[in-house]
Design a protein. Sequence first.
Length: 354
Amino acid sequence: MPNDPTRSHLVAMKGDGFYNRHSAMQATGIAALLSLWETACRTVVVGEGPLTIVDYGSSQGRNSMAPMRVAIKTLRFRSGPSVPIEVVHTDLPSNDFSALFEALVSEPGSYMNDASDVFPSAIGRSYFEQLLSPQRVHLGWTTWALQWMSATTIEAPDHILAGMSATPTVVSAVKEQQARDWERFLTLRSREMRPGAKLLAGFTARTATVTGWEWLLGELWSAVCDMRTDGRLSEREQNHLTIPIGLRTLEEIQQPFIQAENFADLELEHLDLVKLTDPCWEQFERSGDALAFAKHHGDMTQAWCGPMIASLIEPSREQAALVTELFTRFERRLSECPRPHEPYMAAVVLSKRA
Ligand SMILES: C[S@@+](CC[C@H](N)C(=O)[O-])C[C@H]1O[C@@H](n2cnc3c(N)ncnc32)[C@H](O)[C@@H]1O
């Protein structure tokens, strides 16, 4: 059922805590969102009783610690020391939830350190379904997830990322899918949010002309093409290697809110595009170690797309060996021409009509 968004064929990030250890780029984006998030936590309508914070697309949890700490601290300040606060992490069923629960116990920055009356839990289900009962959520947080499309049906013959293809039919299929997914996500979240609730979303986006991923993912695609040239992948396999990610412009994100002031009772409070700096570049400039720089980027890239790439290779082939070979070739390419990787992130704040 590849077109049914509730039955996602997506696979989660690389397990055994690999994503937690290799997601510094995403952490850089999260740091840039914290002041917007703190404002949302200060202005959300809280009322009486237990408070619910939901972290949509949490992965293995390390990057959620800082925003959850900010939310708990701000809500505690507003609602008193003993109001129960529940933190619900959600992700795909294939997510490494064990790493998340382990991080809650052992991460030095865990929001559970010295916390009282804080109750973490997790839901392993796509957020293209309603995940919580109506009007339960006070605060929603989601970072680096909404660029993933709900369906894996688009094949790009000219790029590894669906959203970076220049093929006109692919470009329009991605735009349509991303518009449908965005509206569906907003509608479902609105049902779960209480009146006056807030939702912050940060995800990979683009300007009208650039994505910021041209160098990094251009090299990954070139590594795929090298494997095709060397007979390691067939043309069919090369075409099938399409990561179901699309990058929206700010206009596309704004689209549901253009006709009326709100969409599904949600108001768009804030929207802008943030250009990130490369967390590995400064170290490379100091050390000049191109191999280490390439390894950092290779691991960070493999952390988010390695399992998806493996799943796009026929099970009858040596999936793991082919993925290892692809990333070895990718890192070699990166080390030959290091550049700063500076992607764009959309920062979106929504509020539910009070
Ligand atoms: C790059 S990780 C981001 C993790 C973390 N939020 C961060 O900022 O580092 C993207 C996460 O979104 C999840 N994801 C993608 N599509 C999803 C869906 N339809 N439902 C739930 N989670 C999804 C992935 O499984 C993955 O864990």
